[in-house]
Design a protein around this ligand. Structure first.
Ligand SMILES: Nc1ncnc2c1ncn2[C@@H]1O[C@H](COP(=O)(O)OP(=O)(O)OP(=O)(O)O)[C@@H](O)[C@H]1O
Ligand SMILES: [Mg+2]
Length: 476
């Protein structure tokens, strides 16, 4: 029984009896065999099915076997090809081998030798395929070294990133500020076939509309006042690479129309130019606003929205994947200890550890600024740390305040004997603020002035220290 397992062989030869005898020989050995009676049919079959070996006749009426060989190799096919010909000469043999044929047989061929060579080349190319496959698998597993996240939500995202990276699909990355949208966009680029080409981030919101257009599409000399020389736009510079539209919701409606055209047609006209420029650019976009709502409000083109939203990666806020916090903390400890050259162990990793109270605060905080906020908090902690055990008070105010750190008290309202320095300081701070507020008749503006701190800081401290402000009627 011929089987795909042993191997599929394509015989391209215009002579029916050659095809038949090869078919007979190979099928009896257990190979699956297809025949093609001319070059065109052979190339079609190679396009539509997978073969392990091609036996290719050198002389055919429509195109020579040499041309077919050249064509197949140009399509970058690694498929093993054996040339077969009655007109075997040393020159054509050498030429065929140069063009990438794997071996050469003259009619009448030696059946045993042919079978051995076929078996050998199949085994070899399967091994190579397997190696390529293994390398790919390895690459995929380790290709996001700078993206931390073992939570199911992040794993799902990373899985998707690995799968879409190789395609040319436009991808819309959404998520709150600091969730890693740009990081993911870069990872998509780095894992794509365009990795060697440029990645161009465009801060869509940061530029005035006219400036954005000339930045994107370029302009010719004299296109507008001040255009003293022609300039290439990002789209042209990004040709064969990736362009990343950050905060895509901020792009004005007019520029949106032009962007739509580039996405649809992959072409555009530089400002002031009558000529279209064609480019091959992968487009990624990110936003932390609700594009759907902008569409409803008429601020964002619906057609553009659908074009961008082919694949949507939704990055979860940090508070919805808290199991990633300890990993991120370690990762950022390592990063900033290296940067600051302090608290490094002999393995090159950070030896810093948060005291458990600090770790509780980190886990409790809602992280409105997401990973960026955490990253900043850790950087600050590393800079301030004086010993490997990092206390809670190195955490920034807004983290402490939002977490509503509790000052413990005993039954009579005093601090407990084992109060931490943080509790002692907080208690003292609290008493001072209450005193001043009372003196200022609970006017926070006045109290802030007297304490010589900004009103916003006083506000934060009132919340963090849980100071109850009396209702109007209770005030003196
Ligand atoms: N999963 C992660 N692992 C490691 N670092 C991360 C992760 N997510 C984000 N970061 C880091 O957090 C910071 C913010 O990430 P990034 O700039 O990609 O966020 P963003 O979603 O684009 O934010 P914004 O909406 O404010 O532009 C960066 O320094 C990034 O490297
Ligand atoms: Mg960003």
């Amino acid at each position: 029984m011929p089987s795909d397992k042993k191997g599929r062989i394509l015989v391209v030869d215009d002579e029916a009896d050659i095809r038949e005898s090869l078919d007979l020989l190979l099928t009896s050995e257990g190979y699956a065999v297809d025949g093609a009676e001319n070059a065109t049919e052979g190339l079609d079959r190679l396009e539509s099915s997978l073969y392990d070996v091609v036996l290719l006749d050198l002389m055919m009426p429509d195109r020579s076997g040499m041309e077919v060989l050249d064509e197949v190799r140009r399509r970058d096919r690694q498929i093993p090809i054996f040339m077969i010909t009655a007109y075997g000469s040393v020159e054509s043999a050498v030429r065929a081998l140069k063009l990438g044929a794997n071996d050469y047989f003259t009619k009448p061929w030696d059946n045993q030798k042919l079978l051995i060579e076929i078996e050998r080349i199949i085994a070899k190319s399967r091994l190579e395929q397997e190696n390529i496959h293994l390398k790919k698998a390895l690459k995929q597993r380790y290709s996001f070294p700078n993206i931390i996240g073992k939570s199911d939500r992040m794993q799902t995202i990373l899985d998707l990133v690995a799968r879409v990276a190789q395609t040319r699909s436009t991808i819309l990355i959404t998520g709150e500020t600091g969730t890693g949208k740009e990081l993911i966009a870069k990872a998509i680029h780095a894992n794509s076939t365009r990795a060697e080409q440029v990645f161009i981030p465009v801060n869509s919101g940061g530029l005035a509309p006219d400036l954005l257009e000339s930045t994107l599409f370029g302009h010719v000399k004299g296109a507008f006042t001040g255009a003293i020389a022609s300039r290439k736009g990002y789209f042209e510079i990004a040709d064969r690479g990736t362009i990343f539209f950050d905060e895509v919701g901020n792009i004005g409606l007019e520029t949106q129309a032009k962007l739509l055209r580039v996405i649809q047609e992959r072409e555009f006209m530089p400002l002031g130019s009558g000529e279209t420029v064609r480019v091959d650019v992968r487009i990624l976009a990110a936003t932390n606003s609700d594009l759907r709502r902008l569409v409803e409000e008429g601020k964002f083109r619906e057609d553009l929205y659908y074009r961008l939203n082919v694949i949507n990666l939704i990055l979860p806020p940090l508070r919805e994947r808290k199991e990633d916090i300890p990993l991120l903390v370690d990762y950022f400890f390592d990063k900033f200890c290296k940067e600051n050259g302090k608290f490094l162990g002999s393995d090159g990793r950070s030896i810093l550890k948060f005291e458990s109270e600090a770790m509780h605060v980190l886990m409790d905080h809602s992280w409105p600024g997401n990973v960026r906020e955490l990253e900043n908090a850790i950087e600050r902690a590393v800079v301030l740390a004086e010993a490997p055990n990092v206390p809670v008070d190195v955490l920034p105010d807004q983290v402490l305040h939002a977490s509503g750190i509790r000052i413990r008290r005993d039954a009579s309202g005093y601090l407990p004997a084992d109060a931490s320095l943080f509790e002692i300081v907080a208690d003292f701070e609290r008493r001072k603020i209450v005193e001043q507020l009372e003196a200022s008749n609970w006017s926070q503006t006045e109290a802030a002035e007297a304490l010589r701190i900004p009103l916003s800081t006083l506000n934060q401290k009132i919340k963090r220290l849980e100071i109850a402000i009396p209702k109007k009627s209770d005030k003196r």
